[in-house]
Design a binder for this molecule. Structure first.
Ligand SMILES: Nc1ncnc2c1ncn2[C@@H]1O[C@H](COP(=O)(O)OP(=O)(O)O)[C@@H](O)[C@H]1O
Ligand SMILES: [Mg+2]
Length: 252
């Protein structure tokens, strides 16, 4: 589904992502792990179009997407969530979902809004879809509350609903479990499984080993900007190089 070849990105110094190549299979929930600073979020930014690679190619279902803008990548069916979701705090939960996801809104969205007559119908349609996905993530009860009242875990669910409105085929999740209380984490994991059963593919950055071990297959390991290994979660967890990468980063 997604083929990355030789992706490289630096910020003036040595590359932060270096010669990274991998393939994501359609229908898979692929994990992406590695110590803090390994380059995981930067890799997401390269995939989703927030950063342009210095080198390398990227193809989504055969369409070359390296260097394309986030809204173009989004329109092609690949959406991402952010490590730290930042909903508009004064807007309601529903209004936040009705907005296109941050950094992903395209021109078409605004054109629709500017065309007289289409406005009301478009708003109704967007609202219905937003309500549907809010219900899916279990936030209907909070739809009319300002987003600022949401807990960290509820913000993750809000962000998931925001990207689901566009019904992407591939979703990149940046640490969906970080700062999330156990009951909500179970909900998030259930939603991922349910979406995957309906055909949505995932690439998930996560430190929570329970989530990675139970959901992700295969798992990619990034260390110091390079792809260290790819394998079944059990094999990855038992691999000496992976353990050493975490120890080297002072985290294990
Ligand atoms: N915009 C940027 N400018 C300079 N350095 C950056 C930038 N973004 C990330 N980095 C650096 O790249 C490295 C990898 O960061 P990141 O991709 O956030 O890692 P991870 O998500 O694996 O923790 C870090 O050393 C970080 O400081
Ligand atoms: Mg990160």
């Amino acid at each position: 589904m997604l083929v990355a070849q030789g992706l490289t990105k630096g910020f003036g110094g040595p590359p932060v992502v270096e010669d990274v190549s991998f393939t994501l299979a359609r229908g898979a929930i692929t994990g992406l792990i590695g110590p803090n600073g390994a380059g995981k979020t930067t890799l997401f930014n390269l995939l989703a179009g927030s950063l342009r690679p210095d080198r390398g190619t990227l193809a989504l279902d055969g369409t070359r997407i390296e260097g394309r803008r986030p809204d173009e990548v989004f329109a092609l069916g690949m959406a991402r969530t952010f490590q730290i979701p930042r909903p508009f705090p004064a807007m309601t939960v529903l209004e936040n979902v009705m907005l296109a996801p941050p950094g992903q809104q395209g021109e078409r969205f605004w054109t629709n809004w500017l065309r007289p007559g289409a406005v009301a119908a478009e708003e109704r349609r967007v609202r219905e879809r937003a309500l549907h996905w809010l219900d899916f993530v279990g936030l209907t009860r909070l739809a009319q509350e300002p987003a600022r009242v949401l807990s960290g875990g509820q913000r993750k669910l809000l962000e998931l609903a925001r990207v689901l409105v566009a019904e992407p085929r591939l979703i990149l999740l940046d640490e969906p479990g970080a700062g999330v209380a156990p009951p909500l984490l179970a909900t998030i994991m259930e939603k991922i499984v349910a979406l995957n059963a309906q055909g949505t593919s995932f690439l998930i950055i996560e430190h929570n080993m329970e989530l990675v071990m139970s959901l992700c297959r295969p798992v990619l390991v990034l260390a110091q900007g390079k792809l260290l290994m790819e394998g079944e979660p059990e094999a990855v967890r038992a691999d000496r190089r992976v353990v050493e990468a975490y120890l080297g980063a002072g985290i294990a």
